[in-house]
Write a protein that binds this ligand. Sequence first.
Ligand code: NAI
Length: 268
Amino acid sequence: MSNQLLKGKRGIIFGALDEKSIAWITAIKCFEQGASIVLTNAPVALRKGDINVLAEKVQAPVIPCDVSLTEDMENLIDKSVEHFGGPVDFILHSIGMSLNVRKGRHYTDLDYGFNAKTLDISAISFHRLLATCMKKDAIRDWGSVVGLSYIAAQRVFPDYNEMADAKALLESVARSFGYHYGVKKHVRVNTISQSPTRTTAGSGVKGFDGFITYAEKMSPLGNASAEDCANYCVVMFSDLTRMVTMQNLFHDGGFSFTGVTGEVIEKM
Ligand code: NAI
């Protein structure tokens, strides 16, 4: 059902890799709600080719951007503004990558070169995005920027490894930059802390099946799906949430505030 909540709005969506990606589903929801979109991903991800299917569906151009490269970021923002003929209203940063997890390194034995790259791609890129947009005045007054996070930023999930630190940094950037962008241009900046979700990035976490099942049993409403997350993003991009900024918004079926559930006790 479409209420045209984003009618006339223009946005950039990072991170649609395949149809399971949270960004993929969000792009479709935004389009259904009346938004015009630019899609972007790292050149290596674009080579997979799936994004062209989405691009056709949501009538969006695809502009490559490796978020760890400032020149790529500048090019993306310039081209997006050129495409729309003006600044954008919303941006989704849906990007995560852990090199130490990929290489099987334990949290207590990190390769710091990989670690720096992980933090750069997964968290500092949020700063790079916001700073580039601010310098180029590429977001309209009262625009909305959302990054996706996970509760490992606040609580220990041992196998989430260095991504826990990346998410803590991401949430901090949202708060700090949210202050400056709010004062300067009424742009709001938030993170959504999502339930574990079966996607390429999600499944990279060791023991993911146990992880997701546990979260399901520990959440009064159950795990939030990628589609639920996409709907929440739409609301955050809409004018209905104009005064929400610098927040980490838990979108997890109640997991974050639950001590224990009947279902978990029964399993003991
Ligand atoms: P996904 O694997 O579909 O998306 C991750 C995206 O990051 C991919 O499209 C990938 O190409 C992109 N990416 C990686 N390196 C990049 C680079 N250098 N430049 C540009 N893009 C790059 O997985 P998912 O789950 O949709 O992930 C989206 C976001 O949601 C991530 O921030 C993830 O950490 C977060 N999240 C995911 C959860 C899950 O369980 N799947 C739970 C909570 C948060």
